[in-house]
Design a binder for this molecule. Structure first.
Ligand code: SAH
Length: 340
């Protein structure tokens, strides 16, 4: 049996086709699942009984549970329990342009970035496409609102769970279903180079963000073990190749770690590294965690770094902060709740 929420529109089309049923059945089913939001096939009234029975044999309605919820102005953080008992987190942010949900793509994470709380617990398993869809369904239902933007920046490395993430995008982008525009979806990766090459052929105009955090190999390898596998040179070549093929812009995320990666010299090195690329840099004030020992750069250091990039004609923004007071901010999400 398969979770019905794992099924892309194309896969369902094929399923109905193999049963000698017309393809409009897929549209009907997507409507029941994602517009009417049924919880059982029994609620369907316009598909004949034999087909419903067949669907019941082949698919089940997976569910996730809200275990805990913390609310702050404009942010709600969820601890969600998957049907096998594992937990993940998701964070809803209310922006003036809409509601954005930060979802988890893995239970735990193997990337072990030295500054990130989420990576302290090794990967237990992939989050399935259906479980990513359910993060949206559950939170929309709980808050009675519509989510307009999704960022895959919660727990996990999306390109370490590539197929599920792509299926998820296909499902939520479909205009007979949840219908979130592909330009409203952002995937953030720590730089799994072969997947960046694969991603340029993914036929959806999804935003790509790269967690860079350092402009040279020595420093980046200290902060992010993945850099020892795919170094900066390989990463930048892959991103350039992606830019050429996709005609899109990428975001480089750069967290500001006090006296670690935030000097004007490093800003200049960063500017030289990415000069001429259709990219912009998002400077992220570091969210301190209890366990990892890094400190957030001061405002002055962040502004100096920003100015060097600007002077060198790099597009740069400073990320607005969300959720710090409820530990819902980037890098503070954890798979397992522990006493802090
Ligand atoms: N694995 C993916 C997505 C998850 S992390 C990736 O690496 O991109 C989302 C972003 O938050 C990444 O840029 C990550 O480096 C950053 N981040 C991690 N810990 C952080 C912290 N404590 N404060 C601010 N940003 C952090």
């Amino acid at each position: 049996m398969e979770s019905i929420y794992n099924m892309t529109f194309d896969k369902l089309n094929l399923y109905f086709h193999n049963l000698n049923l017309k393809s409009y059945r897929t549209r009907q089913l997507f409507d029941w699942l994602y517009i009417k939001r049924i919880k059982s096939f029994k609620e369907i009234t316009n598909i004949k009984k034999e087909v419903i029975e067949k669907l019941e044999k082949d698919f089940y309605f997976d569910n996730i549970e809200i275990k805990e919820k913390q609310t702050a102005p404009l942010v709600v953080k969820y601890l969600l329990k998957l049907s096998d008992g594992n937990t993940i987190e998701a964070v809803l942010m209310k922006h003036d342009y809409g509601n954005s949900l930060c979802i988890s793509s893995e239970v735990g994470c193997n990337m072990a970035c030295s500054f990130c709380e989420s990576g302290r617990i090794k990967k237990i398993r992939n989050v399935t496409a259906g479980e990513m869809v359910l993060q949206i369904l559950k939170i929309e239902e709980d808050l009675n609102l519509r989510i307009s933007h999704v960022v895959i920046m919660g727990i996990g490395e999306p390109f370490d769970n590539y197929d599920n993430v792509c299926n998820f995008v296909e499902i939520v982008n479909n205009n007979y279903g949840i219908n979130i525009g592909s330009r409203h979806i952002t995937i953030s990766t720590c730089g799994i180079v072969p997947k960046i090459y694969e991603f340029k052929n993914f036929p959806y105009q999804v935003n790509l963000a790269i967690s860079l955090h350092a402009p040279n190999n020595a420093l980046r390898s200290k902060l992010m073990p993945i850099n020892k596998v795919y170094d900066l040179d390989a990463l930048i070549i892959a991103v350039k190749d992606y830019l050429e093929k996709s005609n899109r812009r990428v975001t480089f995320e750069y967290i500001m770690l006090n006296e670690v990666n935030d000097t004007p010299e490093l800003a200049l090195e960063l500017a030289n590294l990415i000069k001429g690329m259709n990219a912009y840099v998002n400077l992220i004030p570091y969210n301190e965690t209890n366990n990892l020992g890094y400190k957030r750069s001061s405002k002055e250091r962040i502004m100096k770094f920003y100015d060097v990039l600007k002077k060198n004609k790099i597009n740069v923004t400073i990320r607005r902060e969300f959720g710090g007071d409820i530990s819902a901010a980037c890098g503070q999400l954890k798979t397992v709740k522990e006493a802090t």
